[in-house]
Design a binder for this molecule. Structure first.
Ligand SMILES: Cc1cc2nc3c(=O)[nH]c(=O)nc-3n(C[C@H](O)[C@H](O)[C@H](O)COP(=O)(O)OP(=O)(O)OC[C@H]3O[C@@H](n4cnc5c(N)ncnc54)[C@H](O)[C@@H]3O)c2cc1C
Ligand SMILES: *[C@@H]1O[C@H](CO)[C@@H](O)[C@H](O)[C@H]1NC(C)=O
Ligand SMILES: *[C@@H]1O[C@H](CO)[C@@H](O)[C@H](O)[C@H]1NC(C)=O
Ligand SMILES: *[C@@H]1O[C@H](CO)[C@@H](O)[C@H](O)[C@H]1NC(C)=O
Ligand SMILES: *[C@@H]1O[C@H](CO)[C@@H](O)[C@H](O)[C@H]1NC(C)=O
Ligand SMILES: *[C@@H]1O[C@H](CO)[C@@H](O)[C@H](O)[C@H]1NC(C)=O
Ligand SMILES: *[C@@H]1O[C@H](CO)[C@@H](O)[C@H](O)[C@H]1NC(C)=O
Ligand SMILES: *[C@@H]1O[C@H](CO)[C@@H](O)[C@H](O)[C@H]1NC(C)=O
Length: 465
């Protein structure tokens, strides 16, 4: 009995110690003082951090995952050590990209967007084969030329959303109507395939399509003017950046709350090296600014009125292993009964060719939220139907997901009415307000090269003033 009393007292003491330690840690976090606190270590946040480092500013970068890179996903095949990028793959061959990679000492090479040796087509929803010539959209070269002529009418789309008032009505047309008006049917399927993750692309305001499918993309898509990492390991760029940033990058770190006032910004975090209170002069937020993502922030009514209008689409990427479909084969989803062959979503885009034995990619889009489990089971179901359809034999064991990521929320959009009523003037006017600057895809488009250029030429000069 005495023994048990003693052990009880002992465990109580231990409990108390643990408790007070916790209290101490939360009440007395390590205080860090910096010029800038950057939220999010994906494409735009990592670029900003490296540039601030080059400019000798003090900063801290906070990333919730245990790596930098955001939408970059590099799979390392355990058998061959071959690396395979199935998230971000390409960058534009422009000086801002080359300078960044040179600074981080990561070699680039040209990309030849590798076609599968065998390209098959199917209607995934109806489980029927589609002959290759069913997707004969017309003259692509002429289509891209007409598209570039349209794009040239809106030079201000290159950087940010600095739109004229009134916003040209053509930019507010649903993309499907714009295609019809300017006879762009030849490139409709190509644009849908490149602008993956935009939800029902034909229904989106044309503005978002023109932002995403940039002139360099249109030229690149027709000439192959993209670059990628020489070792097909895009994660290496971010691992190198993490090394360079040292203790100025906090990964695996959770933001508890952010308070801003006239004196500065306070960011409370918890992570592997304990709790921290970051006092910064300025805040740079790079995560998708939907209100649900900004719960830690002391938003005010002006910010809430802007960010509350964002809608979004949803996008997943995956690698499956052990498919019965031949390694050299891709199967693309085409709905011949639908305008331009573009399938209704949610759906798989394709079972893709990788060049790595035993592996295929599957990309998946939805206009509305879905659970990862629902996406996986739809992929498995469609896969086994295709295996039987193309006579690879009955699908036996389903393939294994060796890579699977949701990139959500993905494309942030507002309605044509909101754009017409000056949404982007209001969002742009938040730059620098309440000591806070903003960058990332929602402020530019889903294109790392364009995001870096926007960050470099618009955001950092103001932030560093
Ligand atoms: C499958 C796929 C393929 C793509 N391919 C290409 C391509 O080939 N070329 C190209 O240019 N673009 C490509 N893109 C688009 C490109 O990746 C994006 O435009 C770009 O990554 C957006 O950068 P960002 O900084 O806005 O967001 P992200 O890169 O997503 O970075 C946001 C970061 O913030 C972190 N974060 C989120 N919430 C918090 C929080 N509360 N606290 C701390 N951190 C947080 C996230 O973990 C993430 O690391 C692709 C996208 C996907 C999904
Ligand atoms: C940053 O500091 C380094 C080392 O002191 C110096 O060589 C460099 O010129 C500085 N760069 C800028 C932009 O001030
Ligand atoms: C793969 O890389 C690991 C770690 O670098 C190494 O030990 C292994 O020998 C490599 N395997 C092959 C097949 O190259
Ligand atoms: C990119 O463009 C530059 C300049 O035009 C060219 O020299 C280079 O070969 C291209 N490709 C790569 C991988 O840099
Ligand atoms: C497409 O149009 C271009 C430019 O008008 C022309 O040179 C080319 O021959 C056409 N291609 C086809 C396949 O018709
Ligand atoms: C593709 O792979 C299949 C199965 O391995 C093979 O029979 C076929 O010849 C290959 N086709 C090409 C074009 O490489
Ligand atoms: C967001 O988009 C979805 C899919 O297009 C649509 O159903 C929904 O009504 C939209 N929501 C808002 C608030 O616009
Ligand atoms: C980068 O931004 C500048 C300034 O807005 C613009 O003139 C230029 O065309 C952009 N470059 C690219 C490659 O987008």
């Amino acid at each position: 009995m005495i023994q048990s009393a003693v052990s009880q007292i002992l465990s109580l003491c231990l409990l108390a110690t643990a408790f007070s330690d916790d209290v101490w840690r939360s009440r007395k976090p390590e205080v860090i003082e910096r010029d800038v606190c950057i939220i999010g270590g994906g494409s735009s946040g990592t670029y900003s951090a490296i540039r601030l480092q080059q400019m000798n500013k003090t900063f801290v970068l906070i990333e919730k995952e245990n790596r930098l890179g955001g939408h970059v996903n590099t799979y390392i095949d355990p058998v061959t050590n071959q690396t395979l990028d199935y998230g971000v793959v390409v960058w534009e061959n422009v000086s801002i990209v080359r300078d960044y990679f040179t600074h981080l000492d990561v070699p680039l090479s040209d990309v030849t967007l590798g076609e599968a040796p065998v390209s098959l087509y199917a209607d995934f929803a109806r489980v029927s084969k589609v002959p290759p010539d069913a997707l004969a959209p017309g003259n692509l070269t002429m289509g891209f030329a007409s598209y570039l002529a349209q794009l040239a009418r809106y030079p201000y789309l290159t950087n940010g959303f600095n739109l004229p008032d009134p916003v040209p009505e053509d930019l507010l047309l649903p993309w499907g109507d714009f295609i019809r008006k300017y006879d762009l049917g030849a490139i409709a399927f190509a644009v849908y395939s490149y602008n993956q993750g935009m939800g029902n692309v034909l229904a989106q305001p044309t503005l978002y399509v023109l932002k995403y499918f940039t002139a360099s993309t249109a030229i690149g898509a027709s000439t192959g003017g993209f670059v990628t990492t020489a070792h097909h390991n895009n994660q290496a760029l971010y691992d190198r950046a993490l090394g360079r940033l040292g203790s100025s990058a906090l990964i695996d770190t959770h933001i508890i709350k952010i308070k801003r006032d006239r004196k500065g910004v306070e960011v409370w975090t918890s992570g592997p090296s304990g709790s921290k209170l970051i006092r910064a002069r300025k805040l740079l937020i790079t995560i998708p600014p939907k209100l649900a993502n900004l719960k830690f922030l002391d938003t005010d009514p002006v910010e809430r009125a802007v960010f509350g209008q964002f809608n979004s689409s949803y996008y997943w990427n995956s690698i499956i292993k052990g498919s019965e479909i031949s390694d050299n084969t891709s199967i693309t989803n085409v709905d011949v009964a639908a305008p331009y062959g573009i399938p209704a979503l949610p759906e798989c885009h394709a079972i893709g060719y990788t060049g790595v034995p035993g592996l295929h990619t599957v990309y998946y889009s939805s206009p509305y939220p879905m659970s990862d489990e629902a996406v996986k089971s739809d992929i498995i179901a469609k896969h086994s139907e295709l295996v039987e359809l193309f006579g690879y034999g009955p699908a036996t064991t389903p393939p294994e997901f060796v890579g699977f990521q949701g990139h959500n929320p993905y494309e942030l959009t507002v309605s044509a009415d909101a754009i017409r009523s000056g949404f982007y003037g209001k969002s742009e006017s938040l730059q620098g307000r309440r000591r806070t600057w903003w960058t990332g895809a929602a402020w530019q488009t889903q294109d790392s090269s364009a995001i870096w250029n926007f960050t470099e030429t618009i955001v950092l000069p103001q932030l560093c003033q």
